[in-house]
Design a protein. Structure first.
Length: 302
């Protein structure tokens, strides 16, 4: 259509010549508005939240949401402003806004690069969490379809067997091992974690050697060892009731640090994570396997 306008085959204004491009930019702007409202909603949650652990999780989501808004603005806002300037130039012959659009594009690109580099660790965790959540949701969707077919072909007297089969199917689709990033956050273990696990084993061996040396100087270090044991006990306690051992993890978000009773009661009542408030598909039981690595051994609720 641009060529037809240039050879004067059509007598349209330049703003109508770019109709297809305007439609594309309008769709992108709609997405921009949606993600902007999502960012405002999460910021409101952060202001209302008082729990430090929940605030940390929401803060990471805000960093990721702002990064998505900046990325979409790079696709929608700057091209729209540039197209408006170019349309004015073609219609009036004035060239007053072109330098401004170029300057804004350069400044915005620098801001986006600096923001990405500064929050690269948080953004990496944000993208990884979304990817793992999508993978588990897809696997659970496949399991749901298989379970429905199984229920249609089974008599009602085998209801207990159906539940057991569904539980086993969910367990096989979940990651077998999780990496403990903090007291309340876990990520599925991947092959690249082997080196990290070996380093953890080496650290355990070094700690064992130091512990043997410490036994020789027990009178001098007894107070320090007692404090270490207290901190270790706190790390394994449920952060909600502080009475039972923390061995439950919500999936697919990966938040834990709760005992079986607190985790399952909250899941039964709310069907969401106690920390990040995201929907929960299942509650799993974990067992310490190696340094910073736990094994998923059972599905507590789904």
């Amino acid at each position: 259509m641009i060529n037809l306008k240039q050879i004067e085959w059509i007598d349209w204004e330049w703003i109508y010549v770019f109709t297809i491009l305007w439609i594309f930019l309008s769709i992108i702007c709609i997405f921009q508005i949606i993600f902007l409202f999502d960012f405002i909603y999460k910021a409101t949650q952060l202001l209302q939240q008082r729990d430090p652990i929940s605030r940390e999780s929401i803060n990471q989501q805000i960093i990721g949401s702002l990064w998505i808004n900046l990325l979409i603005l790079c696709i929608s806002g700057l091209p729209t402003f540039t197209m408006v300037c170019y349309t004015i130039k073609l219609s009036t012959g004035k060239n007053s806004y072109n330098s401004l659009s170029i300057t804004l594009s350069v400044i915005y690109s620098l801001v986006f690069i600096v923001y990405t580099l500064y929050y690269r660790i948080s953004l990496s965790l944000f993208v990884s969490e979304i990817y793992q959540q999508r993978m588990i949701e897809n696997n659970l969707g496949i399991n749901t379809d298989n379970l429905q077919r199984y229920q249609l072909n089974s008599p009602s007297s085998k209801h207990k067997n159906r539940l057991t089969k569904s539980k086993e199917q969910i367990l096989t689709q979940l990651p077998q091992y999780l990496i403990r990033l903090s007291q309340t956050y876990f990520l599925p273990a991947i092959d690249n974690d082997n080196q990290q696990l070996k380093q953890g084993q080496q650290i355990q061996q070094e700690q064992h050697i130091k512990r043997n040396k410490t036994d020789q100087d027990q009178p001098k270090l007894s107070n320090r060892n007692s404090l270490t044991e207290i901190n270790s006990d706190k790390d394994t306690q449920c952060f909600n009731c502080y009475q039972s051992e923390s061995c439950a993890v919500y999936m697919p978000c990966g938040h834990g640090g709760l005992c079986i009773k607190c985790a399952t009661e909250w899941f039964t009542e709310k069907q969401e994570c106690l920390i990040c408030r995201k929907p929960v598909e299942s509650v799993v039981k974990i067992l310490q396997s190696e340094q910073n690595k736990v094994q998923v051994i059972d599905v507590l609720a789904f």
